[in-house]
Design a protein around this ligand. Sequence first.
Ligand SMILES: [Zn+2]
Length: 470
Amino acid sequence: MMWEMVIGLETHIELSTKTKIFCSCTTQFGGEPNTHCCPVCTGQPGSLPNLNKKVVKYGAMAGVALGCHINLVSKMDRKHYVYPDMPKAYQISQFDIPLCEHGKVELENGSVIRVVRIHIEEDAGKLIHEGGNYLVDYNRCGVPLIEIVTAPDFRSVEDVLLYLDKLQGIMRTIGISDCRMQEGSLRCDVNISIRPKGAEAFGTRTEIKNLNSFTAIENAINYEFERQVEILESGGQVEQETLHFNSDTGETRSMRDKENANDYRYFREPDVVTVRLSQEEYDEIVASMPELPEQRLKRYVEEYNLTEADARLLVKYRKVAEFFEAAADIDAKSAAAFILTNIFKSVPTEVQREEWNIKLSAENFRELVKLTAEGKINKNIAKRVLDRMLETALSPAEIIEKEKLGGIDNKEFEAVCRKAIEENPAAVADYKAGKEKALQALIGYVMRLTRGTANPAETTEELKKLLETV
Ligand SMILES: [Zn+2]
């Protein structure tokens, strides 16, 4: 029998506000354990949470970017559970009236994923396993999160990975999160079930908790799919449960029986007032939304004639896209090529590309593209200048001057070409006898004499012109 996987995702994204959701502690990642805390985020009796307005704004921005309806009035609820990562034994979240509902994400392979809801909530602390003991670090307690819940619309691992990649790009572009999986600022719970291909009814699902890398997500889904197929094909039944994925062994194992919503005993959080956005605030959010990666991609292909693959790499990081645009009006194709083939080599990681702390300024980059487009330096020289610019922060003019890459004037150029013809009689004779290839030897000679600064096309043209008179 052919089986089909059915997947829904719950994605937790940490918002990059400066302070936590209910207190003024810093949200900075890391730090000595339990130093970014206060009585509010550690849930001490008598402390009162005070909602950070920016969290509501960021949550609404995420909703607008994913085409959601925004509830101008929503509320916060207590979700009860007992676990050492949450000292007050409940998490303040949103239950029946979330901030955003009914959005969708269209993937590049044509799949459409419905977004059921986006709500705001607080993060929990971290448990650290050390020498047979569990230690707790509450620095992460109260860091603001949005949870994006999709309908069970994914039918393949590819769908899931494309969705997360797109989500990352959108959230980074609107500037509400850095979405760094390695630092836990984007984490996924995967709900997965299987059914015979073509069937309507859903099977029993399991939930794999807290996946924080693309590889872990891919491996966990593949493992769990196979596990469920084996159970059903041997006549068994999949049990509804919560699973933990061990990325070392590549296996899922049971954590606890799946809670139902009523196990959490949700009730309204009495200490936080109703969450409100005014119509003006909402309008302002909509008006201030930046161009999203998808729109940008379309524009790059239409306006600048880039291939979709190249455009996709550029729009993935907002700062890269802005850097590209600083020079795109001069020569988009070569600006894109410089970034994708030369500059990306010196910033190989996701984090580096996202931060884009390179020595080369946008103005100097623009200058380089201009010099190349005007034919003042050839592509090879441009690449050498570019490499030096990445190391030194100097302008292209300074580097060309310092390293004597400026080439030679026309008179000198003609003299060098003449010299090439005089000193290579064999090649000249071959060329005259109809061997076009012999020209290469002459071009190579000119290149050597000019230390690679001559333009190959101009050299070819000049040599052909001179050879006619020989
Ligand atoms: Zn605090």
